[in-house]
Each structure stands twice: as structure tokens, then as C-alpha cells.
Design a protein around this ligand. Sequence first.
Ligand code: VGL
Ligand code: ZN
Length: 208
Amino acid sequence: MARLDPARDLLLLIDIQNDFCPGGALAVADGDAVVPLANRLSDRFSHVALTQDWHPAGHASFASSHPGAEPFSTIPASHGPQTLWPDHCVQGTVGAAFHAGLNIDRAEIITRKGCRPTLDSYSAFFENDGATPTGLAGYVRDRGLGHVVMAGLATDFCVAWSALDARRLGLDVSVMLPACRAIDQDGSLAAAIADMTDAGIALLDDIA
Ligand code: VGL
Ligand code: ZN
């Protein structure tokens, strides 16, 4: 496993947006606690990238788009089961904005995802069909980055899916767990931790 090298590694901060913080539409418990840690990491890394969940109104992942469906229920989609969420991170809304305390000034690139009306995207690299690229893999490859260090929201969805895709792309991946918070729905956090461990992702307990 690659050692952390903040001069060469990419820090990828996932979805640190108002809707995933307390008071937001899809609030993650204690989600805003990651902000100071993310800022400390940003100060240290030479390369910083951000993702922003960025859905059009009426997105297919919203329960409100499926008459009679409850948030947090699951429906079949062509690429597998899709969890239905409360409306969140609608393009241009306050909920979709980065947390006001997050230092975004050092970001080299901001990848917006989940922009296609009928396709969700947890991962920073591929939408939920596992095939449609967001473009971030091209950035990582073209910039010659080999190790991605991740933090953000939510551990068990967008962080885990991004980390697993990064491994599939052949990258070394570390996840800074203290700078992540989970939705933890029906054991989803334990499952995500197990999947990341099995994939050879380094789960780090302090941001050293
Ligand atoms: C996320 C559910 C729906 C996340 C985004 O950022 O983890 N989760 N959209
Ligand atoms: Zn979303």
C-alpha cells in the first residue's frame, strides 16, 4: 500500500454539500464535522479535487419522481436496485452548494455527478450503470496521479463507490475515516467497510 505523499497524491473530497449536513435534505448525522478535517487535509495536499452531487429537478433517484414511493425504499433500475432518496442537491440550490466552511479555493477540479435525469451517480468516476464516465478518471490519468486519498460524505455511498471505482481503475486508494460520515441504512456502513477492505483500500483512522 502506498504511503501518503501529500506532495504527489490526489486529495478527493466527496460531496461536502449543505444537503448532506445537518439541516439539509439528506442530512448525514454529524456531516458538518468533516469540514475542519477536510480543510486541514486541503492545506497539506498539492492536488485537491472536489465532487458535487448535482441533480436536475425531478431526478430519477428522487422518491418524489415515483408516485407512491417512500424515500429510502428501493426500486429496480436497468443497472440494478436503486435507492430512492429525498430530493437533494438540486442544481443551483443552496442545498447543492458546498458547506460554507469548506475551503474550496485549493481545488484544481470540481466534478459534478448525477446530472443525467435518469441515471444516479454515487461514484466520482462512473455513474451508477458502472459504465458512464464522469471524466475524473481522465483527469487522474492525464495528470499522472497514482494514489487517491478520499474523505467526505457519505462513507457508505459516494465515498465507498468512489473508492471502489478508483481501485478498479488501478489506483492506490486511502480513505480518511475520521473525515467521513455515513448514512448507515440497513447495515450499509458495515457492508461498505467490508467491500473497501476486500478491495485493498487503506482505511485510515487518523489524518496524521
Ligand atoms: C449520496 C445518496 C444520494 C452521497 C448522494 O453523497 O453519498 N448519497 N446521493
Ligand atoms: Zn444524490
